[in-house]
Design a protein around this ligand. Sequence first.
Ligand code: NAD
Length: 514
Amino acid sequence: MTLDATDVDLEAHGLFINGAWCAADAARTFTVYEPATGQPLARCAHGSRADVDRAVAAARAAFDDGPWPHTPHYERAQILHEIAQLIEANAPELAELESRDGGVPLRATTFNDIPLGMHMMHVFAELARRSPYEPMPWNDFPTLSWNFVWRNPYGVCAQIIPWNYAFCMTIWKLGPALATGNTIVFKPSSLAPLSAIRLIKLIDESGLLPKGVLNMVTGSGPEVGEYLVGHPRVDKIAFTGSTEVGRKIMAIAAPHIKKVTLELGGKSPSILLPDADLDKAIDGVLFGMFYHAGQLCEAGTRCLVPSAIYDEVVERLVQRTRQLRVGDPLDLATDVGPLISHKQRETVEGYIALGRAEGARLLIGGGRPLGASYAQGSFVEPTIFGEVNNRSRLAQEEIFGPVLALIRYDDVGEAIAMANDTMYGLAASVWSQDIQQAIDVARRIRAGTVGINEHHVLNPYAPFGGFKESGIGREMGVAGMLEYTEPTHIHVDFQQQRDGKLWWDALLPPNEEE
Ligand code: NAD
C-alpha cells in the first residue's frame, strides 16, 4: 500500500477497518517523528469522518450480527492469552519500537513496559474467565423467585489513548473491552502510535479475532477523535488523556447519554514522613518523578518534605539526580530520555521559567543538556525546585515533564491537607518505616492509588483511576472489566399458581367469567 510517494523510505501504516489495512479516504497521511533525533520515523494514514463512519459500521456489524459478543467467555480468555503470547514472542521488537517512537529508554521498555503489557493481557484473560452470570440470593418476596445478573458487553467502544506509556495504554484499552465481548474503534495518539499499530498487525496476522471486532483509525484528536466520540452509533467511550480534552469529551457524550470512562491528568504527591528510610525513599521519590522523563499521569511531581529533614533530603535528591544520564533512549545506559516533542519541551520550559518567576529555588537542572547528541532531540534536564508553595501554579498544574517541586511541611496533618489541595486525585505515595502510620495517612489521601514505600507499581488486579478532575471510572482489575459491561437483572419467577400472584390483584379485578 502506498500512502505517500514523497517519503518512500519511511514505513507507511494504513487504517485497520473491518479486518483490512487501507489508506485513508482522502489519502491523507501524517509523519511520526523520533523524539530523540527529531527525524521522521514513519508515516500513518490520517483518517477522515468517512473513515470513522466505516470503522464504526464495521464494529457495529461485528457486534450486532457477529459471533464475538456471544463467544463463550472462556474462549475469549484463551484468545487474550494467545495475544499475550504474541507480545512475548515479539517483545524485543516492540521494546525498541516503543523506545524510538516514544523516547522511552530501552531499559524501561525492555524490562518494564512491554513485559508489563504482556502480564496485563494475561490478567485480563484470567479475569475474562469469570462467569458473566452473577447469582443473587433466592428471593421470597413477594413470592419465590430465582434471580441473577447477566453482564452484557456495552457494544461499540471508542477508545482513545495518549502518547505516553503508549503500549501499556493500548493493552489497558483493548484487553478489558475484548475480554467482555465488545467491539472496538481505537485511536492512538499521532505522536506515538507505532507500538499500538504493531500490536494490531500481530493480532491481525494471527487471525485470532473475527473481522470488524477491532478497528483502528489514526489521525488528529480534534478531527478523528472528536467525531468518533460523538458518533451516534458508538455506545461507550474510554478516553485516556488530558483533563482539558476529557472535559470536552464528557460534553460531547452528554446528548446521547453515552457511557464514559475518563483517565485524566494528575499532580500526585510523594509524602515523606519524618521517619522515612531515606536510603530507599530518595531513590523512590526520583523513580516516582523522573521515570519516563516525568511523562506519566501518576508521576510524583510534588514531594512533601518535613522541615526537620528538609536540608538532608534536598542534598541527597540533588546528589542522586546529578547521576542520572540523559540521552539516547536506545542506549541501555540511558536513564532519562527526551520529551515526546519540541512542543512538549516548550511547555515544560515555560513551567521552569514560571517556577523561577514564582520565587521557587532552582536546585538542579532547568535547562537543556549541552552537546551535539542532544541538538535535534527534545531533551530537558531533570529539574528540581525547592521551597515551592503548594498554592503556586508550579505545584498545582500538570507539567508532564521532568520537574519536581519540593514543598516543606511541619506536621503530618498539614502534609495531608496539602497533598489533597489539588484539583487532581490520581495517585500518591507515602514513605515511612511505620507501616501503620503510613496506612493511616494513605487512607486520608483523596486519590485512586496510594503506594506505601513505592510509586508507579501498577497492579493489573487492582483498580486504577482518579478522584476529582483526574477522571471517572476505573481501569484494570475487576472494576475495570465491569466498566465494559452493562448489567441486566434476570428474574425467574417460581410462583406456579395464578392465585398465588396476589400482587397482580392490585390492578386486575376478579375474573367474572370464572
Ligand atoms: P491529550 O488529551 O492531548 O490527547 C490524548 C488523546 O486524545 C490523543 O489521542 C489525542 O489525539 C486525542 N484528542 C485530542 N483532542 C481531542 C478531542 N477534541 N476529541 C477527541 N480526542 C482528542 O493528551 P496527551 O498530551 O496525548 O497525553 C498526556 C495527558 O494524558 C496528560 O494529561 C496525562 O496525565 C494524561 N494521561 C492520563 C492517564 C491516566 O490513566 N489517568 C494515563 C496516561 C496519560
